[in-house]
Design a protein around this ligand. Structure first.
Ligand SMILES: [Zn+2]
Ligand SMILES: [Zn+2]
Length: 168
């Protein structure tokens, strides 16, 4: 079978993603503008949270260029609309992601345990095999219902341990 590929700019976001972005803006009752469409499509198409710069780098080069100020403004607007989430990383740089992607990631992190380094404040995912099958749930007051129990081990990661040996 021969696939017929429509001609057009190769670097442009996939039509399905643009369509999803379009639909999302329509649901908001918002005006559909080219910058909103392109920037939202960037977030929909990305598995990870993006910095302002990462969004700018991913914008298609064809057509009208979207200036930096517009990128900043549209990202903040998407956060105001509840479509995107804005969070500062350990490097204190803001990153933006689609709220649904963030929820899916949170769900995924619930499936395994974590190691939190108290020196660099980074959190590492531990694979299932290294975690106890089901961490014991603490007793909760009556009327409270447990939905899930997360295990976070606090300590010092290998990198920090090498840099500054433990005091004791
Ligand atoms: Zn995790
Ligand atoms: Zn560390």
């Amino acid at each position: 079978m021969t696939r017929i590929t429509p001609d057009g700019p190769a670097a442009a976001p996939a039509p399905a993603i643009l369509e999803a972005a379009h639909e999302r803006l329509r649901q908001l009752g918002a005006r559909v503008t080219q910058p909103r469409l392109c920037i939202l499509a960037c977030l929909i198409g990305s598995d990870e949270a993006l910095t302002h710069q990462a969004v700018i780098d991913r914008l298609p080069e064809q057509g009208e260029t979207i200036d930096r100020v517009t990128v900043y403004r549209v990202l903040d607007w998407l956060v105001e609309q509840g479509v995107a989430q804005k969070r500062a990383g350990n490097d204190r740089v803001f990153r933006f992601s689609l709220v649904e992607h963030e929820a899916a990631r949170a769900q995924e992190h619930r499936q395994h345990s974590h190691f939190h380094c108290t020196r660099c404040d980074r959190t590492f995912c531990l694979d299932d095999a290294s975690a106890p099958a089901q961490p014991a749930a603490p007793r909760v007051p009556s009327g409270f219902a447990i939905e899930h129990v997360e295990l976070t081990v606090n300590g010092v990661c290998a990198e920090c341990g090498k840099r500054t040996p433990a005091a004791h």
